[in-house]
Design a binder for this molecule. Sequence first.
Ligand SMILES: CC[C@H](O)CC(=O)C(=O)O
Ligand SMILES: [Mn+2]
Length: 337
Amino acid sequence: MKRDLHIVDVTLRDGSHAVRHTFTEQQVRDVAKGLDQAGVEYFEVSHGDGLGGSSLQYGFSAVNELKLIEAASDVCSQAKAAVLLVPGIGTKDDLEDAVKAGAKMVRVATHVTEADVAKQHIELGRNLGLKTVGFLMMAHMAPPEKIVEQAKLFESYGAEIVYVTDSAGALLPHEVTERVSALKENLSCEIGFHAHNNLSLATANTMAAVDAGATYIDGSLRCLGAGSGNAQTEVLTAVFDRLGYKTGVDLYPIMDVANDVVAELMPRPQEVTKASLIMGYSGVYSSFLLFAQEAAKKFNVDERDILVELGKMQAVGGQEDLITEVARELANQQLTV
Ligand SMILES: CC[C@H](O)CC(=O)C(=O)O
Ligand SMILES: [Mn+2]
């Protein structure tokens, strides 16, 4: 099947944040099998923070991610496992091990202004024969010109696709259009878009991205992902079918795996709550949600105040330890008034 739009499913990686990295091999097998049968070409599987993410800082995985990658790859007849790698969290050795476990795509993720740290990892991805992607996170924090500059670095290292990643679910549709159009005009590789639904705009933003020229788009089943979750894979399938795109994904089977498998393993419905809405409003990294809620309880402060403060500080992934500091400071301020 010749696809003109590629839907990459991230349930088994971005969704890992929402289940606190507790995916079991059986759950991964069931989801991967459903994605494979529905015709999805690539799906991510690993710790929410990517290879090597299992740690005190980001939360320990219940099951070693290499086992999960192996379990997922074992049940697929055509779908391919992808892994996320943040240089500094995951290593080149982690990537080589993931390939042995069955990974066929790597998405090398950096903060939107730090693409230069990805050179070795992107080159390694290409040398290992992987479909190699550069993933520019927190894209709302940089103007289109900066994103073009950084995406060109990814492209020069060998990335075949460069993503605009709305990690905070903070972008509005016209801001997605500006960023994706700028990449389309200035790069020759393919462009991708990864949404978060904190402002309830994940589908609209993904449509804007595709209109502006993106050919790879991310979704998760039932939106299972960090913050309010991602664009919903089964919804993207329906919407882009209606728009006349060939995604290669079949609607009933993708709805079935969403409803019969993923809905069953979700600890809570994936909603826009007061906390996740504030993340989109203030531009806060979606993966901070559960940490902020925990800190709010521990220090008896409003989770929204923590998130607003993190937004003001322009905190980025890797600064999870700041969350407790901010909560403690807010609690101290409450005591002194
Ligand atoms: C590196 C973890 C992060 O969850 C990646 C991602 O999906 C995003 O920035 O949205
Ligand atoms: Mn994400």
